[in-house]
Design a protein around this ligand. Structure first.
Ligand SMILES: Nc1ncnc2c1ncn2[C@@H]1O[C@H](COP(=O)(O)OP(=O)(O)OP(=O)(O)O)[C@@H](O)[C@H]1O
Length: 397
């Protein structure tokens, strides 16, 4: 077996080049911004002319902007989620236009994705985040950046996987996009829902947390039914609510476990994978157009992980739902289910684009995935440096 010390390591340059946060951003600078000049940072590690961190993601993080300084609603020709130069990544062109406060509308041009954009959430949720920073106060020592200028998107019918080493900011990105960050954090940047800086109305989005908070004495049917009664609108009759619950149970493949108790410590019940699916079931009762999933496969074996993710992908495709899921280390089969991949390290984007092209991206940068190795395993091993020091001094290295 390869010893940890022998794993080839990659210290790529930062991904999308953006305005250095500490410089004042003027209208002139923004208007002269040209995305195509700024996407070469991965190609040459020798390019010391770059003003960005040459040794991202493991060099010192640059200081984040004060949240108030973010250049909202100025005409921006913002780049890009295109990180590597040669590989055709999903590229996004966002154009924001200064508008009156009442309107708060940021029309978005999105290559090929937004041509039919009407701003109607019933038609699906297009979520775009641009230059997203999240910081946490360190008291007298200033701010600690957790997310550093992330840009990305997700669109209806697709599943975006957020991956990266532990502590890289996956949950924080989900929380920021879902508008549920802790009060001790500060956020800056644009998050656009169908081109607008709007908050989502009740029932439009749902968030499945890492922990399954379920009553162990209830059966699956009861847990889902009670949630349906509480969450669904009064305009629906009891029968309709019950039917919605049962349909959703079947959608998540739980029909055989309907009358089984959830169970827990001391009470035998459904399996861990089924619990995960009950949690998801409860969150999708309201038919949210946007679904956030924090580690939906945590604690599941590979077969259960595949089953759960496959269901989620099918639901996204069938109903044009928009799904963002953070995931630790999916199997090859699960990885292949994702449309897009956002690979983070130390709060920055290492890769954003089609999941199917990530392998090529790593190969072109000199880190081909060995045959027979799980690609996501390879990506994480290549960019994770958390344990390098330990490996160097370890007797096992
Ligand atoms: N409110 C907060 N206050 C202080 N630090 C925070 C806060 N939220 C997140 N962090 C820090 O930011 C980093 C990223 O945390 P986050 O939970 O987003 O990572 P993650 O990638 O989801 O990790 P894991 O995969 O282990 O769940 C961590 O170092 C965490 O300690």
């Amino acid at each position: 077996m390869t010893s940890p010390a022998n794993i080839p390591r990659w210290t790529p340059n930062t991904s999308p080049k953006r305005s250095p946060p500490h410089e004042p951003i003027t209208r002139e600078r923004l208007e002269s911004f040209d995305a195509l000049d700024h996407i070469d940072s991965f190609v040459s590690e020798d390019d010391t002319s770059s003003s960005l961190d040459t040794f991202f993601p493991f060099s010192n993080a640059s200081s984040p902007p004060h949240p108030q300084q973010h250049p909202h609603k100025v005409k921006i020709k913002a780049e890009t989620v295109r990180i590597a130069s040669e590989i055709s990544m999903s590229m996004m062109e966002v154009e924001t236009v200064k508008l009156s406060k009442q309107e708060q509308v940021l029309p978005v041009k999105h290559n090929g994705l937004r041509s039919d954009f009407q701003g109607d959430i019933d038609g699906g949720v297009y979520l775009i985040w641009e230059d997203l920073w999240v910081t946490v106060s360190k008291g007298k020592n200033g701010f600690l950046p957790i997310l550093q200028g992330l840009t990305g998107y997700v669109q209806p019918g697709e599943v975006l996987a957020i991956m990266g080493p532990s502590g890289c900011g996956k949950s924080t990105l989900l929380d920021a996009l879902a508008g549920r960050l802790d009060s001790n954090t500060k956020q800056s940047g644009d998050i656009l829902v169908n081109g607008r800086t709007q908050s989502l109305s009740f029932g439009t989005s749902a968030y499945v947390t890492q922990d399954d908070i379920l009553m162990k004495t209830l059966t699956v049917r009861e847990a889902v039914y009670y949630s349906a009664m509480l969450q669904l609108p009064d305009s629906m009759s009891k029968t309709e609510k019950r039917e919605r619950g049962e349909t959703t149970i079947r959608e998540m493949g739980l029909q055989d476990a309907m009358n089984t108790r959830i169970g827990g410590w001391g009470i035998k019940g459904i399996s861990g994978g089924q619990k995960r699916r009950v949690s998801i079931c409860i969150e999708i009762l309201t038919r949210p157009k946007l679904l956030f999933l924090d580690e939906p496969t945590s604690g599941l074996d590979s077969a259960a992980s595949y089953h759960v993710m496959n269901r989620i992908v099918s639901l996204a495709k069938q109903d044009g739902r928009t799904v963002i899921a953070s995931i630790h280390q999916p199997s090859s089969e699960v990885f292949e289910l994702f449309h897009n991949l956002c690979l983070l390290s130390s709060g920055r984007t290492v890769y954003f684009g089609l999941a199917s092209q990530a392998n090529e991206f790593f190969s072109l940068n000199g880190f081909p995935c060995p045959t027979m190795r799980n690609p996501s395993d390879h990506f994480l091993r290549t960019i994770n440096k958390d344990f390098d020091q330990v490996s160097c001094h370890s007797d096992f290295s």
